[in-house]
Design a protein around this ligand. Sequence first.
Ligand code: TXA
Ligand code: MG
Length: 349
Amino acid sequence: METKIYKMGNRATEGAMIGEAARVIREGGLAAFPTETVYGLGADALNPEAARKIYAAKGRPSDNPLIVHIADMEHLSEIAKDVPDQAKKLAEAFWPGPLTMIVNKNEKVPDETTGGMQTVAVRMPNHPVALELIRKSGCLIAAPSANTSGRPSPTLAEHVAEDLDGKVPVILDAGEVGIGIESTIIDLTEAIPMILRPGYVTKRMLEEVIGPVRTDPGMISEDSSVKPKAPGMKYRHYAPKADLIIVDGEKKAVIDKINALTACMQTKGMRVGVIGTDETAAHYTGDVVLSMGAREDEDAIARRLYRILREFDEREIHVIYSESFDSPGIGQAVMNRLLKAAGHQVCVV
Ligand code: TXA
Ligand code: MG
C-alpha cells in the first residue's frame, strides 16, 4: 500500500485532504492524524473490522484497548452506559483537551475497540484537524498513538511515516504537536476517580474540579507483580534501543557522575549518549549529547522527549545517561515516561 502524506496549513487544499482521510475512515480504513498530544492512528471505533486493522498495523497486543476520539459532548452519551456527573464537570473544564476519561460502555462499542473490557476510554482532542476529521467522517474515531508498538509515540508526521509507511494509506501532517506526551487518563468507574496515566492535566488540576483523585498504585510501581489498571501501562513502552539510566541528584553531582560513568563505558569501547538541558549540555563528555531545552521550560521538555529518544535510536549508541526531570506540572508525566523507558534504572547521587 502506498502511504500519502498530506501537508496541512493551506486552507485552500486542507479541507479536501481531511475529507479524503475522513472517507477512508468511513469506509473502514486507517488514517493517521495530529492531535495536541501526539499523532494518532485512527479508524471507525464502532466497526470491529476497522479496529482490528489498528492492532495489525501497530503490532499491538489485542488486549490493549483503544481511546475513542469524539468531537461533541453528545458522542459521549452515544457510547457510555451512563455519563457520570464528574465526566460532565471534567469535560466542561478540560475538553477539548489532553484528558481521557474511562466510563462504562454500552453495547454499541465492539470488544475489538475496548480489548474486551466493559469500559471505554473517551477523549475530545484539542486540534482543529482532528476535530474536522471526526466531524467529516461521521464516525467516532478509535486512535492509539501512531507508532509501532514499543516505540516512542510520534510527535511529528515523519515519526509516523518511519513506523507505519506502507501500512496506512494517509497521514495528515500538521507539523510538530503542541504537548508531546499522551493524554492524562482518569478512570471514573472507580469509587474514587483514579489516574491511570499522568499527562498535561495534573492530579491537582483534576482535584480542583471533582475533589479527591487517587493515582493507580500499579502505574508507579517497579514491582511487576502490581498490575497497572490501564493494560497499556504494563508494557515497557517507549523503550530506546540503548540501555537508559537516569541519574538523579544535585546539578554538579549529576554532571560529575554522568561524566565518570561515560569515561568508564568509553574505555570499554562503548558509545555513550547523554540527555541533558541547555544549562548542562556543554559540560558532558558523551559521544552524543542532546538537550531537552531550558530546565524551567517544562512544556518544551515534554515536547522534545520522544523526539530525543527516537534520535538516539538512529545513532550507534550503547548506553544513554539522562538527567532527572521531576517537576510539579507536566514534569510528572515526563518522568513517568522516562522511568518506563529506563526500565526504572535510577542512580541517585
Ligand atoms: O494522547 C493520547 O491519549 C493519544 C492521542 C492519539 O489521543 N492516544 C494514546 O493512545 O495515547 P494509546 O492507545 O497509545 O494509549 C491508550 C492507553 C493504553 O495504555 C490503554 O491500555 C489505556 O489507554 N486504555 C484504553 N482504554 C482503557 C480502558 N477501558 N481501561 C483502562 N485503560 C484503558
Ligand atoms: Mg501509545
